[in-house]
Ligand binder design. Structure first.
Ligand code: SAM
Length: 293
């Protein structure tokens, strides 16, 4: 087997060889702990016949670990300076294709159809650039990519929000947006010392298993997400107050209270106490009354 890229010595040697300087603006913190990366691949349950998409391969530390298990790997890297480096470090793995593109601009389902014709399942793995964690996750989830497991490293605080349950500080519109599409679980927390350069915050590995069907059925998905977002707009405000700001002056507080009463939801509650089921009921009730998107 080839030597791991993810050791302090080898990583520094590669960076020196190419005179590479980290760009903070691209969230470049590279992992120098091969075991941790193996752990990500194991958590994603990558098998011989599987295809894997990686976001942000950097110098190929995680890519190589995935490549040792998967049938085909597609890695999206935005930083053009890394393309020649990856060509070199990933040379022993011809079944890896690196695409020099912003993953947010990629038509993932089309690319999967083109490159993953012979694979059994598709997984997504990444040590995500922290400055755009949420847009990347929402891009993947909303695009309808038929992935089985998505295992990524994110800031610990974001991991907590992704997997949060009602009534906790971390629970918010992001928890619901993600849990609508997937079952989320924080796998483990990760210290800053596994990266160079070290980030300012702790990290965590999170696993999302795609749901075949959303856990709730709503009349309008886009309206549901709007109602959820509005309900958390000001966390300290009650549901009625937040919904009033959302619906505007044409609805009085008592109109809104009446709509909530009809579905047995107390308007004095705060968004953070509502379950996804309750948000679905709430959104359908408002949708029916207001008849709007
Ligand atoms: N996978 C490597 C590792 O674990 O050592 C590097 C991870 S580093 C946290 C994030 C990587 O994502 C960087 O290589 C960065 O250039 C890349 N990146 C940042 N924004 C991106 C985007 N919008 N699309 C694709 N790659 C991006």
């Amino acid at each position: 087997m080839n030597k791991d890229i993810a050791t302090p010595l080898r990583t520094k040697a590669i960076l020196n060889q190419y005179g590479f300087s980290f760009k903070k603006s691209l969230g470049q913190n590279f992992v120098i702990d091969a075991q941790l990366l193996e752990n990500i691949v194991e958590t994603a349950d990558v098998r011989e016949q599987d295809g894997v998409i990686e976001v942000g391969p950097g110098i190929g530390a995680l890519t190589e670990q995935v490549a040792r298990k998967a049938k085909k790997v597609l890695a999206f890297e935005i930083d053009q300076r890394l393309i020649p480096v990856l060509k070199d470090t990933l040379q022993p793995y011809p079944h890896v294709s690196v695409i020099n593109q912003d993953v947010l601009k990629a038509d993932l389902p089309a690319i999967i159809q083109e490159h993953f014709t012979q694979v059994e399942r598709v997984h997504i793995v990444a040590n995500l650039p922290y400055y755009i964690t949420t847009p990347i996750l929402m891009h993947i989830l909303q695009s309808g990519v038929p992935y089985t497991n998505l295992v990524v490293m994110v800031q610990k605080e974001v991991a907590d929000r992704l997997a949060a349950v009602p009534g906790t500080k971390s629970y918010g519109s992001l928890s619901i947006a993600v849990q609508y599409f997937a079952q989320a679980k924080v796998v483990k927390t990760v210290p800053k010392s596994v990266f160079i350069p070290q980030p300012h915050v702790e990290s965590a590995i999170i696993k999302l298993e795609r749901r075949e069907q959303p856990p709730v059925v709503v009349r309008s998905e886009s309206y549901f997400f709007k109602v959820v977002k509005a309900s958390f707009a000001q966390r300290r405000k009650t549901l009625v107050n937040n919904l009033q700001s959302f619906l505007g002056q044409s609805y009085s507080k008592s109109d809104i209270q009446d709509m909530l009463d009809a579905v047995h939801i107390d308007g004095k509650r705060r968004g953070e106490s509502l379950t996804m089921d309750e948000f679905a009921t709430l959104s359908d009730a408002l949708y029916q009354h207001t008849g709007s998107e």
